[in-house]
Design a protein around this ligand. Structure first.
Ligand SMILES: [Zn+2]
Length: 143
């Protein structure tokens, strides 16, 4: 019986979802499928060069799970590049954030803001401008 898979946190939708090599006729074209959570792992670990620990934290997975995701994703990309296959990016178990989370350095107040409203200038509780964005909500959401 397959284990239910936990959702992984992905910070944004992919910019493009299909890559096709030039000059290979469609009938001869093979395709590899990279899931959106696999792409996020590649983006954070290999493009942004975050540590595996930080990447695992951002995705919300254990380090062994991240290791497995990265191995699979790198192997698919290498297959596509080495063998002239196209890459389709779709699927996977993932969650996009609907809110952004902030914390105040001064009073430790944390709160969320919807996307598209700009970065808050002040802590709503103590008015300090000394705040930072969190990758995930704090478990304790009491003010
Ligand atoms: Zn504050």
């Amino acid at each position: 019986m397959p284990r239910p898979r936990k959702h992984r946190f992905v910070s944004e939708e992919p910019r493009a979802t299909y890559y096709k090599p030039r000059g290979i006729p469609l009938a001869a074209l093979e395709e590899v499928v990279i899931t959106i959570d696999e792409l996020e792992a590649l983006r954070l670990a290999d493009h942004k060069r975050l540590t595996q620990e930080e990447t695992a934290k951002r995705l919300g997975v254990s380090q062994p799970t991240l290791h497995r995701i990265l191995r699979t994703a790198r192997s698919k990309v290498a297959d596509a590049l080495a063998n002239g296959k196209s890459i389709r990016i779709e699927g996977g178990t993932y969650e996009l954030p609907s809110k952004r989370f902030f914390e105040c350095f001064r009073c430790q107040h944390h709160w969320d803001e919807p996307f598209g409203t700009g970065r808050p200038q002040h802590c709503p509780q103590c008015q300090s401008p000394n705040l930072h964005r969190l990758a995930h909500p704090k478990n304790d959401t009491t003010p």
